[in-house]
Write a protein that binds this ligand. Structure first.
Ligand SMILES: NC(=O)c1ccc[n+]([C@@H]2O[C@H](COP(=O)([O-])OP(=O)(O)OC[C@H]3O[C@@H](n4cnc5c(N)ncnc54)[C@H](O)[C@@H]3O)[C@@H](O)[C@H]2O)c1
Length: 353
């Protein structure tokens, strides 16, 4: 297999995570990086990576077949539009962008150019989540009636030295919980309505430090989620799924689905059901799936290559990114207003409420 040439736009925290994986994975070649900042440029120079001031210069000088966009959210669509105009498939970091209107523009661009978009909701690449989706689709839980999700962890004070992390939009709902919302959207489909509540009682910043939500899915599932970045707790996907080495792994679970025929916990993929008659006085049996572990970000790059080569369809399309963003924003709106928010659905022919 020939090396697939990739470019990266934005060499911040996430861009560097992608670059490191591109460099260590033989099937990829890194043709260059666009980064205006001194820190990112220096980091690239130390690794002898060709660096460009902006993405226009990068695209003019190199010949990638796919571009990874890891710039701030508000820039995603403008940068993607230029790449797509050159026929280049894009892997856009999550969230797809900062507004639903911009995400809708991206969906239109995808239609107009025929160039595929993959959104970096990387947990979808995890075989654990794919197996969970298979279990749900096969009906092994029956009708999924409830989901309980915990995303509770502790960020050190220094994390908040950066001003935007103390302001609305920089909190754990949009930064962290959006991953958990995307997991449920992947497993259960569209969200119909949201109620939410939030608190800044511990840190006292403008932004929430703790929040809770009730999501009503179109399939009927009621999902309760909590998130806190000020909780000393192992109960969150990052700490128990083992996706990234900087999070010491804990042998606990964070996601729980309950259905009319069975129940499933994640990430351990324990499946509970009654061998005979369903009755709360009877013993439940526990079935265990064991999966090999992978680097989900490398897996995402491999999938991106297949998407760019039109061998696979994106596991998270621009429309999927829109769905997760609108559910997340609906929660923020519900928490601010104290009112239940209904969510529009978006189809190829447009938006419906
Ligand atoms: N998938 C994940 O787990 C994950 C984790 C963290 C961040 N992210 C996402 O990755 C993206 C970047 O986040 P980050 O934490 O790396 O931010 P960051 O601030 O560390 O990095 C962003 C970089 O982009 C550069 N930049 C800004 N505008 C640019 C432009 N027009 N062209 C080229 N470079 C530009 C900045 O100089 C900076 O170096 C965001 O969308 C974020 O939500 C995803």
């Amino acid at each position: 297999m020939h090396k697939f040439p990739l470019a990266v736009i934005g060499a911040g925290v996430m861009g560097r995570a992608h670059i490191e994986r591109i460099l260590k994975t033989p099937e990829f070649a890194l043709v260059g990086v666009a980064e205006p900042g001194d820190v990112g440029r220096q980091w690239c120079a130390e690794r002898h990576i060709p660096t460009f001031e902006n993405h226009a210069a990068l695209l003019a000088a190199t010949r990638p077949q796919g571009v990874v966009i890891a710039t701030p959210n508000a820039t995603h669509v403008a940068v993607a539009a230029d790449c797509m105009a050159s026929g280049l498939a894009v892997l856009i970091e999550k969230p797809v962008t900062d507004t639903l209107a911009a995400a809708e523009r991206l969906i239109q661009l995808e239609k107009d150019t025929g160039v595929p978009v993959l959104v970096g909701h990387h947990r979808r690449q995890n075989p654990i989540l794919q197996k969970a989706r298979q279990i749900v689709e096969e009906g092994r839980l029956g009708q999924v009636v409830s989901a309980n999700v915990m995303a509770n962890f502790y960020k050190p004070d220094a994390y908040f030295d950066v001003a935007w992390r103390r302001q609305v939009g920089g909190g754990p709902v949009l930064i962290n919980l959006i991953h958990d919302i995307d997991m449920l959207v992947y497993l259960l489909g569209d969200v119909r309505a949201v109620q939410g509540s939030q608190s800044n009682a511990v840190r006292g910043f403008e932004v929430e430090d703790t929040a809770s939500a009730l999501f009503e899915f179109a399939c009927g599932t009621q999902a309760v989620m909590t998130v806190s970045d000020t909780a000393v707790s192992p109960w969150c996907w990052d700490l128990c799924a083992g996706e990234q080495s900087q999070y010491p792994r804990q042998n606990v679970q964070s996601h729980f689905l309950s259905g009319t025929q069975g129940a499933l916990s994640l990430p351990d993929l324990a499946l509970w059901h009654y061998p005979g008659e369903r009755h709360w006085h009877h013993a439940l049996t526990r079935e265990q799936s064991n999966l090999h572990e992978i680097d989900v970000y490398v897996q995402q790059l491999r999938h991106f290559r297949a998407v760019a080569e039109r061998r696979e369809t994106p596991i998270c399309s621009a429309l999927d990114g829109w769905r997760t963003l609108q559910a997340t924003q609906a929660w923020l709106q519900a928490a601010r207003s104290g009112q239940r928010q209904t969510c529009p659905t978006f189809s190829a022919s447009g938006k419906h409420t």
